[in-house]
Design a protein around this ligand. Sequence first.
Ligand code: KG4
Ligand code: ZN
Length: 333
Amino acid sequence: MPVILGIESSCDETSAAISIDGKIRSNIIANQTVHEKFGGVVPELASRAHQQNIIPAVEQAIREAKVHKNDIDAVAFTRGPGLLGSLLVGTSFAKAFALARHIPLIEVNHMQAHILAHFIEEPVPEFPFLCLTVSGGHTQLVLVKDYFKMELLGQTLDDAAGEAFDKTAKILGLPYPGGPLIDRYAQQGNAKAFAFPEPQIPGLNFSFSGLKTAILYFVQQKEQEDPGFLQSRLHDICASVQERIVSILLNKLRRAAEEAGVRDVAIAGGVSANSGLRNSLITLGEHLGWRVFIPRFEYCTDNAAMIAIAGHHKYRAGDFVGQDVAPLARYSV
Ligand code: KG4
Ligand code: ZN
């Protein structure tokens, strides 16, 4: 019955979680609001906020799980990819905790952890399955052969899907992070109102920078012709943009599933919280006979529960690291 403490600090969420025998008992997420007024995450501020938040988050996670510090068998932490200063806070904390308590230290790849969030609750996908991981920094199509055996089939050549949402929101004058707001406004808009271009990228890779530019020119031109256009058609623009981002993602996912010959298909990462993506994936899955796996909202965006679960599986495999481990800003899946 291993008790694992999971630590996540790769971007702007400080999170701590406890798992007992592979079941999540607590998952504390401290959101950083300092970045809102800057329209994006400011790395220096993120590191400082992690420094302030990490011990209270860990203490709360231990309290809510109703365990004692002495009960913890291992500490798992996000080694990367992410912002180096942010990763250093979680890494240093995890090392110190493991050293002081004489327990093993487990390093976790953040992108693998997003995928392994599917093993937090039943039903779980069967290996091999396909996962589309879509976050603020990544867009990846991954063939998951085993817990830690993953093959990257395709990825974005420029912006990530979450960036496409956030940058579009900025063009539309919406605050950061704009993804959830576009989602909300899209629900009141007509997705067929405007047709934004679908990039023609060969293979299983993605590109979103052309779409962003097309949206910028579209809004500028329409505003010039008809001042007030943006405000009056905001819901329709959001719905149309979201429809295009979702179709870009699902067209490649469909192709990858055909090529890999898999029927278990999952999504992960912050953008998998998007209601348009969730609904369209369910419909497509029904049409193609897939078993579709979508994480609960709280396990889509950055959280330490997924780090604790990844840690649990590494603990069972005896996969530990020494005190000389260092964080990695870039870390392939
Ligand atoms: O995985 P995540 O929490 O952090 C990273 O590792 O990047 O993903 C954050 C991203 C942001 O770009 C945010 O705008 C996007 O996920 N996001 C959404 C929604 N919720 C979060 N995008 C579209 N619709 C949503 N409902
Ligand atoms: Zn993430």
